[in-house]
Ligand binder design. Structure first.
Ligand code: ZN
Length: 132
């Protein structure tokens, strides 16, 4: 299996990974019009302000899309479920799904964030909540 690698951060997403280290899911919010945006970009696409702050997301969302990622050279005993999760705040982000098999994933399935070490790297992951 391809191993998880530590995120390479830059000026636009360093706050996000600082949040993950504190077990917080931080989303960039425009200081001008208060719109949330993810992935974080320098300029607000709505009002063009470059001033921003962060909002801690609830961590609750639903599965918007998913794939089963396999390492294609040889056998991959542990392929990963990679999903786009739509947070209840309205933004979408890429993550992995844990605690569910590929046959159990459903569009719109409720999930919640969980901060877990994957190959020694602390990452935001999502797990089914079992709600409707
Ligand atoms: Zn704005």
């Amino acid at each position: 299996m391809a191993k998880a690698v530590a995120p390479v951060t830059g000026p636009e997403d360093e706050f996000f990974w600082d949040g993950v280290r504190e077990h917080k899911l931080l989303i960039r919010r425009c200081s001008g019009c208060k719109a949330l945006r993810h992935p974080p970009s320098a300029m607000c696409p709505h009002c063009h302000s470059q001033d921003w702050e962060t909002q801690e997301a609830s961590g609750r969302g639903t599965v918007y899309s998913w794939i089963l990622a396999r390492f294609t050279r040889g056998e991959d005993p542990d392929p990963r479920l990679v999903a786009i999760v739509e947070l209840e705040e309205g933004v979408r982000l890429v993550s992995n799904l844990q605690g569910v098999e590929v046959d159990g994933v459903r569009l719109g399935m409720p999930v919640a964030v969980s901060f877990e070490e994957v190959d020694g790297v602390l990452l935001h992951q999502f797990r089914p909540t079992g709600g409707a």
